[in-house]
Design a protein around this ligand. Structure first.
Ligand SMILES: O=C(CO)COP(=O)(O)O
Length: 255
């Protein structure tokens, strides 16, 4: 079963509106007609509208980096799924390890967001991954299982078709320390096995599992040729058009 590769850029808390516009225009000019790889850019909330306009009419999709599970109400500083949808975004990153670590997000809270995203026709890019201490303690697979099952509680087999999973080992994020292809493939295969147990073989074979954590043009080819690695969720290397374009080319080169 061939899954189309997906390259998603997580711009995190970077780029003012004018900076985001420039980057989006550069990306749109180079990648706007790519059809053999799915491309998503996830700027900060403040730049969603601008970036959305820059990529309008291209094959590039727009994503947010977070959202609140409620549709609206007294949640100062938060953004809801309908708000994100109204800017023509199609994806939303949920459960990123930086949200878990710095903002205390739990699996239960992330689960509410996943359900709310799906109800509002947003595709969650659900992030899971272990810390260095957890890996060294030998609990990587257990942590990934708990996070995945927790976030997907109550998600039906039909809905899960719209979910993308991103395995992001925390120790590899922004550190320049990339997981070896064996380490990454082992966890990706485990996640697919888990999805098979939860949703059956046919559904699990269609779900894309991205790798995230210091992915760059130099290491992408090895990672992207692994059987269960279906693309990348890119931080640092997504902040410049050149490296992002090269990452998409690396994904396109994998047959
Ligand atoms: O956290 C990430 C993407 O969500 C990965 O970030 P880096 O590519 O900068 O390591």
């Amino acid at each position: 079963m061939l899954r189309k590769k997906l390259i998603a850029g997580n711009w995190k808390m970077n780029k003012t509106v004018p900076e985001a516009a420039t980057l989006a225009q550069e990306i749109a000019a180079e990648l706007g007609r790519v059809t053999d790889v799915d491309i998503v850019v996830c700027p900060p909330f403040t730049a969603l509208e601008t970036v959305g306009k820059a990529i309008e009419g291209t094959t590039i999709k727009l994503g947010a980096q977070n959202m609140h599970p409620e549709a609206g109400g007294a949640y100062t500083g938060e953004i809801s799924a309908p708000m994100i949808r109204s800017l023509f975004a199609t994806h939303v990153i949920l459960g990123h390890s930086e949200r878990r670590a710095y903002f205390g997000e739990t699996d239960a809270f992330i689960n509410k967001k996943v359900l709310a995203a799906l109800t509002n026709q947003l595709r969650p890019i659900l992030c899971v991954g272990e810390t260095l201490a957890e890996r060294e303690a030998g609990s990587t697979l257990k942590v990934v299982q708990t996070q995945t099952e927790g976030a997907l509680a109550g998600v039906t087999a039909e809905q899960v078709n719209n979910v993308v999973v991103a395995y992001e080992p925390v120790w590899a994020i922004g550190t320049g320390k990339v997981a070896t292809t064996e380490q990454a493939q082992e966890v990706h295969a485990f996640i697919r096995q888990l999805l098979t147990k939860l949703y059956g073989e046919t559904v699990a074979q269609k779900i894309r599992i991205l790798y995230g954590g210091s992915m760059k043009p130099s290491n992408a080819p090895q990672l992207l040729t692994q059987k269960d690695i279906d693309g990348g969720l890119i931080g640092g290397a997504a902040l410049e058009a050149r490296s992002f374009v090269e990452l998409v080319s690396a994904a396109a080169a994998v047959k």
